[in-house]
Structures are given as structure tokens and as C-alpha cells.
Design a protein around this ligand. Structure first.
Ligand code: SF4
Ligand code: MG
Length: 320
């Protein structure tokens, strides 16, 4: 079995408080029945509009949020059952790179302290070994070892994201969840960071879960893509298959917004009417039916099951 991570039936709801007594009046259904596998040294991407549950899925896999239901099988073990201490030990093997390198690095700490912290928490290395690791990691991410004496605020956005990546990778994790790692950066810097992530994946044999709304980047970096809508994966396929034969109407609409990605000659832009429905009050039936141009009666009442289309390609739609 070459899969490093298998997520099965993941669910995460957030209570919605309100009224004079601030009681729970409902739930934001952030993640519903999400399942996927990620093979070793490959990249699985989650795409979709903001608010569709991509980030919550990533955070829940790392147990930064507690899942309500589901299995998170990492390296053959279901870590959803792990207590605090086992999870703390596991954390060095599963790291996260966040969207905003401006918030994720403490401005009052020198770079060497920021990079030493995960090693002090998770390893028993000596100070000398830690210094060696810091120098090595800074150079791996394309920075000079001498930068360790400076503070995060002295660096540009791109350099800060390199530091965040160094911090995530310094404990030698197997899995890295990267949540929109370039979307806070200048466009000119984005491809450098993507290329760095791909180079590091190769050198360090990393497995990625990559979260993004940028389909060009996703096509470039992923082995397999899952398209999320209202907390659910509605279509999943190996990357080239997804871009060649998008089968769910939502995927077709997403791809049509990026004309360079459309297969064939027809470059019709599918405009999605309306907004993503409120995840605290999702529609009955198909979650996409309020915006789908093919919606039928059945779509308004019956949740479509996933249909296998080809090897590794499935989608959930009554048309299939
Ligand atoms: Fe559209 Fe119906 Fe398919 Fe949902 S199930 S995507 S509403 S056709
Ligand atoms: Mg997000």
C-alpha cells in the first residue's frame, strides 16, 4: 500500500451561537463525508471557492480542529483516536504551511529561535545539532544561513514564506499540508514558492495536501485533485484526467473561468449565478442545485452518490 494518508468520512461542524442566551442555534457544516487517499511522494490538491471547507479539512486532518466523525489514517494508523500526547509526538511527521507568512511567524523572535522551536519540542537534538539543522534548512529553502540572526519583519513576503516552509520542514515530516501557501504573495513571487515546494518534495520525499483556488497552480503541482463544494468533494480525478474530462457541472464551471485550461475548441465561459449557499443551512438534495444549469426535480431532493467514471475518477451528480 503506497498511500501515506487516507481520510474516510471526515465530518466537522462548528456550533453557531446566537440569541440572548448565546445558545447553539445551529451548525456550520464545514466538512461533510470527505474521503480521499494521498500516495507517498505525491500531491493531492483540494480546490474550490473560499468557504467550501478546504482549510477546515486540512486543519482537521492535523487535528488542529477536532473532527466530529471519520478516520484519519496516517501511515497505517487511525490518528483520530490519538490522545494529546500521542498526537504531540505525531505532529513532527505532519506539518502545515499557512497562507499568511505575515501572521504565522512571531515578529519578536529571531529566525534561529523560530526554527529551533519545533526541534526543541519534537526532538532530543543538542544545541549544536540544532544550529546545524537551522543552517541546512535555511540554505535548502534558498536563504542564507546568516539570516538566522535577523527577525521575521526584516524579510519580504516571499522570504517569510521560505522561512515558514523551513520551519515546517525542519522536523523532517512525511506529510505537509499547504493551505494557499502563495495567495498572500505578489504574483511575481508565487511561482518561485511553488517551484521551491516541488523541489523540496523531490529532495525530501514529501507528500503534500495542497489547498488552493488557483487552478493553474493546481494543475502544475498536483497528482490528484479533489473539487470541493459546500463541504463535500463533488469530483475527484488524477490531474490530467480532471482537466481533460471535467464531469461535474461545478468543476466545468470552475474550469471555464480559466480559458487556458479548457479542453477542445469550445471556450464557453459558464457563469455561476448566485453565491455559495450558507453552510449553516445547506440546500436539500444536491448541494449545487441552486446554481446548476442542469438542475432537475430529483436534484432538489436527492443527494447524488459518487459515480466511478474511470480509474481514480469519480463525481457526484445525477447526470452521470
Ligand atoms: Fe446539477 Fe443535479 Fe448534477 Fe447537482 S445532481 S450537479 S444539481 S445536475
Ligand atoms: Mg481557506
Amino acid at each position: 500500500n503506497k498511500s501515506l494518508l487516507a481520510v474516510e468520512g471526515l465530518r466537522k461542524y462548528f456550533p453557531l451561537k446566537g440569541g440572548v442566551f448565546n445558545k447553539t442555534i445551529g451548525y456550520v457544516r464545514a466538512v461533510e463525508e470527505v474521503s480521499f487517499c494521498v500516495n507517498k511522494k505525491e500531491t493531492f490538491s483540494l480546490v474550490g471557492e473560499s468557504g467550501c471547507g478546504k482549510s477546515t479539512t486540512g486543519r482537521t486532518i492535523l487535528r488542529l480542529e477536532e473532527p466530529d466523525e471519520g478516520r484519519i489514517i496516517f501511515n497505517g494508523e487511525d490518528i483520530n483516536g490519538y490522545g494529546k500526547e500521542s498526537m504531540r509526538r505525531m505532529r513532527r511527521h505532519m506539518q502545515m504551511v499557512f497562507q499568511n507568512p505575515y501572521n504565522s511567524l512571531n515578529p519578536r523572535m529571531k529566525i534561529k529561535a523560530l526554527l529551533a522551536e519545533p526541534l526543541q519540542t519534537h526532538t532530543v537534538l543538542s544545541s549544536k545539532e540544532i544550529r546545524g539543522k537551522i543552517d541546512e534548512m535555511l540554505e535548502r529553502v534558498g536563504l542564507s544561513a546568516s539570516y538566522k540572526e535577523r527577525y521575521a519583519h526584516q524579510f519580504s513576503g516571499g522570504q517569510r514564506q521560505r522561512i515558514s516552509i523551513a520551519r515546517a520542514l525542519i522536523t523532517n515530516p512525511a506529510l505537509v499540508i499547504a493551505d494557499e501557501p502563495t495567495s498572500a504573495l505578489d504574483v511575481s513571487i508565487q511561482s518561485q514558492i511553488i517551484n521551491l515546494l516541488m523541489q523540496l518534495q523531490d529532495e525530501l520525499e514529501l507528500t503534500y495536501v495542497f489547498i488552493s483556488h488557483d487552478l493553474n497552480v493546481v494543475r502544475h503541482i498536483s497528482s490528484v485533485v479533489g473539487v470541493m463544494y459546500l463541504g463535500r468533494i463533488v469530483e475527484q480525478a488524477p490531474t490530467e484526467e480532471l482537466f481533460a474530462r471535467p464531469s461535474h457541472p461545478y468543476t466545468q464551471a470552475l474550469l471555464s473561468a480559466v480559458p487556458s485550461l479548457l479542453p477542445g475548441k469550445k471556450k464557453e465561459r459558464i457563469i455561476l449565478s448566485g453565491d455559495v449557499p450558507n453552510p449553516a443551512d445547506p440546500p436539500k438534495g444536491c448541494p449545487f442545485h441552486l446554481r446548476c444549469r442542469y438542475a432537475m426535480d430529483r436534484c432538489r431532493t436527492e443527494l447524488p452518490q459518487s459515480v466511478a467514471l474511470s480509474d481514480g475518477h469519480w463525481a457526484s451528480c445525477h447526470l452521470l
